[in-house]
Design a protein around this ligand. Structure first.
Ligand SMILES: C[S@@+](CC[C@H](N)C(=O)[O-])C[C@H]1O[C@@H](n2cnc3c(N)ncnc32)[C@H](O)[C@@H]1O
Length: 220
């Protein structure tokens, strides 16, 4: 795929209705549990203010809320208005009043407060883009205490690989997305780890999911 022609802003404009179903199916209904695992690894704490970047339909909210509690806060960002509308509905349905929403692209984010934690769930695209995002958000994060966490899929390196490969192919086709399975053959520990300070790594769910966490670098 020619990265210069790819428009990330248009992703999920076709598939937003199917999104939650496919994510839950793929993770056998354990999605919230898996998000919580990533957040725990990264050291999210009660009362933290969390940036939920590329929040989509708000699938991370339940896991985040279960740790930060009512004194914490979520700032949820997504450029896709359809996805964000579902996230807003999810917040309203659950009575979560500690969530602010914005359709600002991460590249142009402007916050009036600092945040303790930044969460990127299922929104890995490529290193250059993610580095730019980290640069943008690091302006609002404490270099010592701020924590960043990426959680995403990868192709397992074990016996499940030939089984997962066609399943992911079907998922990607059904969602009508522009990314390919080839892009899931990445090395998250090395790639994301190199963009964070003191990084921690965990692979789980049969080696299909990863969480990488750390602190903002001084060099963004
Ligand atoms: C795969 S979804 C992930 C949604 C959610 N984090 C989850 O775990 O279910 C990726 C989301 O990233 C959003 N996105 C892509 N580029 C973005 C940008 N530059 N700024 C804000 N959101 C962006 C898309 O609109 C989409 O909703």
């Amino acid at each position: 795929m020619n990265e210069t022609k790819r428009n990330y802003a248009l992703e999920y404009y076709k598939s937003w209705r199917k999104y939650d179903l496919i994510v839950n199916l793929y993770q056998l209904g354990r999605d919230t549990l898996h998000r919580r695992k990533a957040l725990m690894l990264a050291g999210l704490k009660e009362g933290d203010t969390v940036l939920d970047l590329c929040c989509g339909t708000g699938l991370s909210f339940k896991a985040i809320q279960s740790i930060i509690g009512p004194h914490g806060k979520i700032i949820a960002i997504d450029i896709n208005e359809n996805m964000l509308a579902l996230a807003q509905k999810r917040a309203a349905d659950n009575g979560w009043t500690n969530i602010e929403f914005s359709t600002a692209p991460i590249e142009q984010l402007n916050l009036s407060e600092n945040v303790d934690f930044a969460f990127f769930a299922l929104c890995w695209y490529d290193k250059d883009l993610s580095y730019g995002w980290l640069k943008s958000i690091s302006r609002f994060m404490d270099k010592e205490k701020g924590r960043i966490c990426f959680m995403d899929y990868k192709l397992p390196d074990n016996w499940l690989r030939p089984i997962i490969y066609p399943l992911l192919w079907i998922e990607i086709k059904w969602l009508g997305e522009s990314y390919t399975i080839e892009e899931l053959k990445w090395k998250p520990k090395e790639v994301i780890g190199s963009m964070l300070k003191d990084s921690k790594y965990k692979a789980y769910f049969f080696d299909c999911l990863v969480a990488v966490s750390g602190q903002p670098l001084d060099t963004y």
